[in-house]
Ligand binder design. Structure first.
Ligand SMILES: [Mg+2]
Length: 116
């Protein structure tokens, strides 16, 4: 298989354009979600370069990128109608339920509903 054959075969499952309208609210939600993923990728790349390229961990750059992650997280939460406080509290409550005695490796096995 060459690249063009792959592209033609892959295109069988590709839509040219959506057959639905996207609301301005959905544009903002997807904008924030894509931005959040992109900024998290920037953090991961800095960690990758720091450890695997042996460039050292640049904590100042990581702090700046974490700020970018936070910006998109805050924006996404706002678009979804959540306060950051609500997100934080729900997360801590989930962690308390999952790890009532604190972290343990045995309790990290995936269970249905964990990703919720
Ligand atoms: Mg950034």
């Amino acid at each position: 298989m060459n690249a063009n054959e792959y592209q033609q075969l892959a295109a069988r499952t590709l839509i040219e354009k959506p057959d639905f309208e996207i609301s301005p609210e959905e544009v903002m939600i997807s904008w924030m979600a894509i931005g959040l993923a992109g900024e998290a990728g920037e953090v991961a790349d800095l960690i990758k370069k720091g450890i695997y390229h042996q460039q050292g961990i640049d904590k100042d750059k990581i702090k700046k990128e974490l700020g970018d992650v936070l910006w998109y997280l805050s924006g996404l939460a706002k678009q979804m109608g959540f306060t950051l406080e609500e997100v934080m509290e729900q997360n801590i409550n989930k962690l308390k339920a999952r790890f009532p005695e604190g972290y343990s490796a045995e309790r990290t096995t995936f269970r249905e509903g964990d990703a919720e």
